[in-house]
Design a protein around this ligand. Sequence first.
Ligand SMILES: [Zn+2]
Ligand SMILES: [Zn+2]
Length: 95
Amino acid sequence: METRICKLCGEPFEPYTENQVFCSQFHQEKYWRRYGKTHIYEEGTGPVIREFQCKQCGKTVRVRSEKDHRAAFCSGPCSRRYFRHRYDKRKRDWP
Ligand SMILES: [Zn+2]
Ligand SMILES: [Zn+2]
C-alpha cells in the first residue's frame, strides 16, 4: 500500500488497513479525543444528501454519507480556525 500522511502529526506512514488515516492507534485515539469522531468522514461517491458552504474557507461541501455529520465546516482544522478567530476578535474587543 502506498504511504499516507497521518491526520494528526502529518508524518508519512505505511497503512496496515485500507481506511487507516493515522500513523498509529495512539494518534487515532488522541485525535478522536480531541476532535470527536464526526470530523473523520469519507467523501464517498454516492448521491449528494445535502450541500453547504464552509463558514471558514467558503468551500462548497457536498455530503454524500449518512455518517458524515458536518454542517458548518469542511474539516476539523477549519472549525478550529473559525472559533480561534472569533475568540481573538473578542479578546481585542475586551482587552
Ligand atoms: Zn501520527
Ligand atoms: Zn473549510
